[in-house]
Design a protein around this ligand. Sequence first.
Ligand code: PLP
Length: 388
Amino acid sequence: MSSPNAKFATQVIHAGDQKDPAYNAIMPPIVTASSFVRPNIGEPAGAFGYSRGENPTRHALETCLAELEGGAGAIACASGMAATASVMELLPKDAHVIVSDSVYGGTFRLLEECRTRSSGFTTSYVDLNDTAAIEDAIEDNTALIWIETPTNPLLKLVDLEAIVQVARKHQLLTCVDNTFNSPWNQQPIRYGVDLVMHSTSKYVGGHSDLIGGAVVAATEAQHKQLHYVAMAVGAIQGPFDSYQALRGLKTLDLRMQRQSENAHQIAEHLEQHPAIERVYYPGLPSHPQHDLCKRQMRSGGAVVTVQLNGGLEAAKHVVGRMQYFVLADSLGGVESMINHAFTMSHGSVPEADKLASGITEGLLRLSVGAEAVEDLIAELDYALDGLA
Ligand SMILES: Cc1ncc(COP(=O)(O)O)c(C=O)c1O
């Protein structure tokens, strides 16, 4: 447990209940037991009974994440999608959900192809920076506003304070997918948000060796409900993966500091490059929501999206000349990654919808890693060479 006034760099190392009562080990052990022995019939069990409900390694991760997000408690889940699905389990049977119009494709799939099969569940996709549009979308059974900021891949931001005002007026729950930021870069509970969801497969884990998810609740009452759902549904994070995530968190501050500084320098460099039509990065003054970024985020983050002057051939030219930036679906690791949203993350979105939202064949998303920025810039210059 870190002291309440501790800085984030201290918190990431000490936050939560990470003690080991058996051996006093410096890191919580990976406790693989499914069951914990009870003293006798009728005598109270210890803190742990059955690992679907509570597990010491998962508990260490959950309490750490809750503290880092400024929440009352957290659940750690088998994946980011399991975390999102767990939030949906909190809603009444016939709920209507207002969703960020540029939501992660997997969230869209879960809501539209799985959840909407339960009778009565409905959704509306809304530009969450348009409060009048949110008000218009609210129905009698609206229960939740699902927020993603920044959006993938165009890095549009959503003003959390403004959304919370609308949500409170109508007594709606709010949940932010904070995957792209990690608690280092944005802490939505500070702005009055109720729930914070993470794919810990990204920045929290940080090493591209883990699939995991989490939901942090602002209040103890919401945490109790979430904990009940986690136990009842069982989409929980296993002990080994909980350990990996906790281990990753120890260096979150160091990684995010370096990766977001690298990203900022790369964004500035690419903005001047003749082969680039446009750079999307909230940390640059040219980003239309740069002021909101300064208010709500610690930095512009570690993802930079670029629109090349050319289309698919230009994108292939760039990717084919990369060595450090590997073509991959994920983001958030210490190694740099590049993603072609048109064919990869947004491959299943109808072409007309992609083009209407600005996702073209010449758009590339860079997940900037922790390598030396000089090497990354040299590689980008080499990869862009030969393009007009
Ligand atoms: C913003 C966002 N949310 C949720 C997810 C889903 O997470 P997972 O892959 O851990 O299930 C992802 C995965 O790419 C993501 O980028």
